[in-house]
Design a protein around this ligand. Structure first.
Ligand code: BEZ
Length: 212
């Protein structure tokens, strides 16, 4: 499988998971999705990541985002591991983990990087829009746990910029000023953004978050 790029259609699949056999597109419905891979079951960093993801589920639900994790171990192993995650991270894993023993989904999404490790997946993240297009990818090495606040933040940016002609500046968080899309002339932007447009440079115009 060639590397998936932004704007590509996220491949559909049917897979065995910790919650039974699921079809990815059916699971996502018409909402957003996050698919993220883990190197292996019963590993420390993954245990903290999945516990954190479970605690963030309410925030993802508010944004209409469904999570699905993946590890190359089997469903029975996942179920045993989930008990440990729940115990040690004081949570309840509340989303499916794909049991990708045959590496079918890992290959489809290019989650195994042989120069990093022949067998285990790296820490990939794919954020998928309601149109089933890939909106964002992240790749972390096995040794670095992901930041779930950042995943929420990028979802906020992706959802905002999907609906408004704006972009979000460095370190932006929901409610902060946003950048007016460069394609819109300032005079037109003033009509489009009634909360005001601040022109710092002709190419750098700010406006309050239209959704805040
Ligand atoms: C972990 O999840 O803790 C981990 C997995 C593979 C290599 C290093 C750490």
């Amino acid at each position: 499988m060639a590397t998936l790029r932004l704007g590509d259609t996220a491949p559909d699949f049917t897979a065995v998971t910790s919650e039974g056999t699921l079809n990815f597109y059916d699971y996502l419905g018409d909402g957003w999705g996050i698919l993220f891979s883990h190197p292996a079951d019963f590993t420390p960093v993954c245990t903290t990541e999945l516990g954190t993801a479970a605690k963030f589920k309410g925030e993802f639900d508010k944004r209409n985002v469904k999570m699905m994790a993946l590890s190359v171990d089997g469903a029975e192993s996942h179920k045993e591991w989930i008990k440990d995650i729940n115990e040690t991270q004081h949570t309840n894993v509340n989303f499916p983990i794909i049991a990708d023993e045959d590496r079918k989904v890992s290959d489809l999404y290019d989650m195994i990087h042989p120069n990093a490790n022949d067998t285990f997946t790296v820490r990939s993240v794919f954020i998928i829009g309601p149109d089933k297009k890939v909106k964002l990818t992240l790749t972390y090495p096995a040794s670095t746990g992901r930041n779930f606040y950042e995943l929420l933040r990028v979802v906020d940016s992706l959802q905002l910029t999907a609906n408004h002609k704006v972009a979000t500046p460095a370190n932006w968080e929901h409610g902060e000023k946003v950048v007016v899309s460069p394609a819109i002339p300032t005079e037109e932007a003033k009509g489009m953004f009634p909360k005001g447009v601040e022109e710092i440079k002709p190419y750098l115009r700010l406006t309050p978050d239209p959704t805040a």
